[in-house]
Design a protein around this ligand. Sequence first.
Ligand code: SF4
Ligand code: SF4
Length: 132
Amino acid sequence: MANMLDFLFVIINEIRSYFVPERVIYKVEGECKKCGKCCNYMYSYDTYTEKEFKIMQFLFPAYKRFYIKGKDENGNLIFACKLVTKEGLCSDYAHRLQMCRKYPVKKLAFPAKLHEGCGYRVVNKNFEDYLR
Ligand code: SF4
Ligand code: SF4
């Protein structure tokens, strides 16, 4: 009987653990080096196919500045912007999108990666930070 209860507790705790929100906030620090990598290589978290991308462009005409550059090794679409210059600068900086103005966000709820060589960095928390 005790074994059965233990088993149930383990199952319940396992399920509960999936609903515990991560409270660690990762800060993003640094400054832009104007390399243009983020305009030349980007992912979308809600656009998985070319058809979805066309629908997005129909719904949001401002997205017509983006095009599909290729796919990564996992088959995820890689996008780039037509407005980035050879030097890595935005050719329509005054009218860049909100997503461009906010990039990169200054706080994250998960440990993300930035482009190699990017002037920003994600400040990862160590175990002691986690306990605080
Ligand atoms: S990748 Fe980083 S350093 Fe390069 S343009 Fe984008 S934000 Fe700036
Ligand atoms: S609009 Fe400008 S800042 Fe935004 S992705 Fe295109 S080139 Fe980069």
